[in-house]
Design a protein around this ligand. Structure first.
Ligand code: G6P
Length: 613
């Protein structure tokens, strides 16, 4: 997720931009850039170099011109196009007189690019962003003002964005807009500012305004005006800023884990964006493996660690059901040392939030050595695993800071299931209507996740009753099983409580011996194909005195009757239900961690990216 800053009316804009970009560093970024209007033209500097980019940019801009005109700055988290200086924002039009910065994804960038190139534009980057500045250029060439041109451009783009545009011909003006991704505006002492989030503004002003979807702001020194895409004036909503800079970096949340849990609807939506082509065909941008190669596949391996491994387990159920191919899911650290049987007809998928986990990258290396086709599912563009694989499928969750993975986990399930549907389409194992129906249901997931997140208070009430418990068993069947494993892992990771995750049908082969009064059983009893059997397993633990907490579909009184405490979740298709069902599991672990006085962002002994064996 990129960081955005803009200012007009400040005499020395570059230090302000760099300071704000520094405040946005917590979002994570791989390149950075600034542009401003100086003496009737646009001056620009950009740097790539991971977390050194802002420092590199500071060197590049030392001695940059000063002036009161419009200036914009950006930290980029790559989605389309590698994290190079050429792909860093701001992007310029053909004349070099317009510059744009953007956070988000433009879904129809490919068609627009073709159209613009046919009209004679030269697009120099691999980003989805650059098409926007060329569309503005075309309008300005026809006599439109920057505001009019931007409004027209916004009617042509699909997707999620916050943007800011400047023009050498209107030196004091910044035009900004948003759809689905955040953008805030500020006023202070002859200046007008904008930013992707509050931390970048808080040092300069507390007079901060929100911009709503499909609204456009025109900033001039000391003034701002907001209009709809149709040009109707709108009164901007002023925000009450009651927190300090550090809290602002966490979006006002107590910690990054809460912030990132609340970003899950966006992470899921962004991972799904752009995947459906005009004729219902699925489009996986960086797949690189040719359809012919994939049609030959007769077996799939998925290798991963931690929460990524649990996402892979969910995908096994989905891919086997939809594609009718055998899928083996493996812990990466075991896979590479056990003579796995792979050949050129095997697809080996590595799943890793960071794309750097040593066990997973080595497992992929081994798979490649054995001749398999290798695909990486990762959240980090151009990470080691993305580079080493034959193809990549990016989750678009934005940088994840909390050590215990949350939003990336949900995005991984979604990405892997999209892969499953892609294979089903390619191999013709599901009729188009069935694929469409599942994709339609997946597109509703962000709102279901939002609903689940809104029920945190219910989870808190249950957690408060479990503060004395020390032994937790998480049970599930079918796709509820990986959800149970993830619930147990989260509780171990951040609340330091003993938690076993088990397939409920296996209970009778051992763990049931541990069930006695005082034990807590958390069961996933949403309605998947094994729901009835799941309830029988729950009856077994209840009769042995365990306290039972059940996840149940809204209104499912039959499940509720088997539980001491119910966590309701909005229902959806069983194979995609883990995306919703994991949410109360995360919340339960989070609340218990807090109740036991632990900081969920800093779990003891754990690291975000594990690059050792
Ligand atoms: C660490 C993190 C987990 C994560 C796992 C795999 O153990 O604490 O949250 O699931 O690594 O990381 P990866 O980056 O490969 O997904």
């Amino acid at each position: 997720m990129c960081g955005i800053i803009g200012v007009t009316g400040e005499a020395d804009a570059i230090p302000l931009l760099l300071g704000a970009l520094h405040q946005l560093e917590y979002r994570g970024y791989d390149s950075a850039g600034v542009a401003m209007v100086v003496d009737g033209s646009v001056w620009r500097a950009r740097a790539a170099g991971g977390t050194n980019s802002v420092a590199a940019l500071a060197e590049l801009t030392a001695g940059a011109p000063t002036g009161h005109a419009a200036a914009i700055g950006h930290t980029r988290w790559a989605t389309h196009g590698s994290p190079t200086a050429e792909n860093a924002h701001p992007h310029l039009d053909c004349t070099g007189r317009l510059a744009i910065i953007h956070n988000g994804i433009i879904e129809n960038h490919a068609v627009l690019r073709v159209e613009l190139e046919a009209a004679g534009h030269t697009i120099t980057s691999g980003t989805d962003t650059e098409v926007m500045v060329h569309l503005v250029e075309a309008e300005v060439a026809g006599g439109a003002t920057l505001e009019e041109a931007t409004r027209t451009m916004l009617r042509r783009v699909r997707g999620a964005f916050s943007i800011a545009v400047i023009s050498a011909d209107e030196p004091d003006t910044i035009v900004a807009a948003r759809r689905s991704t955040p953008l805030v505006l500020g006023l202070h002492d002859g200046m007008a500012l904008l930013a992707s989030d509050i931390p970048a503004l808080i040092e300069h002003t507390r007079q901060v305004y929100a911009l709503a979807d499909d609204e456009l702001a025109v900033l001039t020194p000391g003034a701002l005006r907001v209009v709809t895409l149709a040009g109707e004036p709108v009164e901007p909503q002023q925000l009450k800023i009651t927190y300090d800079l550090q809290a602002a970096q966490r979006g006002g949340y107590e910690d990054f884990m809460s912030k990132e849990m609340h970003e899950q609807p966006q992470a899921v939506a962004d991972t799904l964006l752009d995947r459906r082509g005009g004729h219902g065909e699925l489009v996986l941008d960086e797949m690189r493996l040719r359809p012919g190669e994939l049609r030959d596949i007769d077996k799939v391996f998925i290798v991963a660690c931690g929460s990524s491994y649990h996402a892979a387990m969910v995908a096994k159920y989905a891919i086997e059901h939809w594609v009718k191919l055998p899928v083996e899911v493996d812990i990466a650290s075991e896979f590479r040392y056990r003579d796995p049987v792979l050949n050129s007809r095997t697809l080996c998928v590595g799943v890793s939030q960071s794309g750097e986990t040593l066990d997973t990258s080595e497992a992929l290396r081994e798979a490649k050595r054995l001749g398999a086709k290798v695909l990486t599912v990762t959240n980090v563009v151009d990470s080691s695993m993305a580079r080493a694989a034959d193809g990549v499928l990016y989750t678009r969750a934005g940088p994840e800071i909390g050590v215990a993975s949350t939003k990336c986990h949900l995005a991984q399930i979604v990405a892997l299931e999209v892969l499953g549907l892609y294979l089903a389409q390619l191999l013709g194992t599901q009729p188009p209507a069935a694929i469409d129906e599942i994709l339609d249901a997946m597109e509703v997931l962000p709102s279901l996740v939002t609903e689940a997140l809104g029920r945190a208070g219910d989870v808190d009430d249950v957690a408060a009753k479990l503060t004395d418990a020390r032994d937790f068993f998480f049970l599930g069947r079918h796709v509820g099983y990986p959800v149970a494993l993830e619930g147990a892992l989260k509780l171990k990771e951040i609340a330091y409580l003993r938690a076993e995750g088990y397939p409920a049908g296996e209970l009778k082969h051992g763990p049931i011996a541990l069930i006695e009064p005082g034990a807590v059983v958390v069961g996933v009893a949403t309605r998947n194909p094994l729901w009835e059997k799941m309830l029988s397993n729950i009856a077994e633990v209840r009769s042995r005195g365990a306290t039972v907490v059940l996840l149940a579909d809204d209104g499912d009184e039959e499940s509720a009757a088997e539980a001491d405490h119910v966590l309701w979740v909005p229902p959806t298709f069983p194979l995609i239900s883990p995306v919703v069902d994991v949410v109360p599991m995360q919340q339960l672990a989070y609340r218990l961690a807090r109740l036991h006085g632990h900081d969920p962002d800093r779990p003891r002994n754990l690291a975000k990216t594990v690059t050792v064996e």
